[in-house]
Design a protein around this ligand. Sequence first.
Ligand SMILES: Cc1ncc(COP(=O)(O)O)c(C=O)c1O
Length: 373
Amino acid sequence: MRDLAELQKLHSSKWLRYASDVLPMHVAEMDFEVDPGVREVLSEMVAKSDLGYLGPIPEVAEAFAGFARRHWGWMPDVTQVRMTTDVGVGVVEVIRALSKPGDKVIINSPVYHSFYMWLDELKLTTVDAPLIHEGDDWRLDLAAIEAQFAAGARFILLSSPHNPVGRIHTLAELTAIAELSNKHNAYVISDEIHAPLTYAGQKFIPYLSIPAAQRLGVTVTSSSKAFNFAGLKAAIIVTQNQEMFEELSVMPEANHWRASLLGGFAMAKAFSDGDKWLTETMTQLDHNRKLVKELLAKYLPDAKYVIPQNSYLAWIDISCLELGDNASELLIENQKVAFNPGTEFGDQYGAYIRLNFATSPEIIEEGIKRLAS
Ligand SMILES: Cc1ncc(COP(=O)(O)O)c(C=O)c1O
């Protein structure tokens, strides 16, 4: 694991957004080095000046299908996998292709902040069916979702698994969503970018592995989050129904060209040969997700945090600090530590921050100490 001095020399947003005395624990990228196999593919391409436009790349669909089979017991049809620039562009282009002005799209707050921006970009109406928060659980509110469909919503944009709460939607919940979508003729767009980061003992269900989901469902995903190369820009749009696939052919052909060559081949390598690296990374993340619990108990026992089932984001209720809705700004200014403010994920979540624990135990401890003091 690289030390802080080394990390501070990186070029990504995580390390350039704030002054160098601020410890960045916000944006969802990991401080771990990328899988050596992926780096080798990239180095070789760079060394050979092999940096042109992305052409046909059947390797990506094959690698994704292999990953889905090994990890989730699902065998997707590889002929229905399209390339796109990143998950954000993929979701926007899919919804643009299927929507008309004024359409309503359901989201489930607290949810990944870019969902709001993507739907604003499309000039569509966002309708919220907030997650139900009960005890330690955050789960989809199926009754609220059904009510929104009944009121005319034509889409639901799912974060599956769910960022920021790290919840894995169950087979029963996703099947219910599929049934509701069929009943109301509404599309389900499932953003599954965090799926490969599922902890041992949990079961991630790919939305399109559910037969009832295939008629109106589209999955957008990438290896970029789990394998830590978001800057490489490549993602996939997956359907599992020929009519749905063809309906999306109105998307610009340039969707494909706007993905990067390096990103495409990195994705193929990661999904086909990255299991060993991913297992090691998940072992470290498993340690870290529990460490966050221990450190909060030690330094800030009144904070509330539920260990996530997936990914490396800790959703922490810090209302005990009584910092108000601007907690994150105050923490950056006074404590020199950056988290995502809860309000990014929905106006009503000012009591929360999101902390990225994909780093060293030392950095996690330092971040939590700064928060607590
Ligand atoms: C749920 C979710 N979707 C999408 C993204 C961003 O993906 P991309 O960079 O491929 O647009 C993130 C990044 O954190 C995310 O958490």
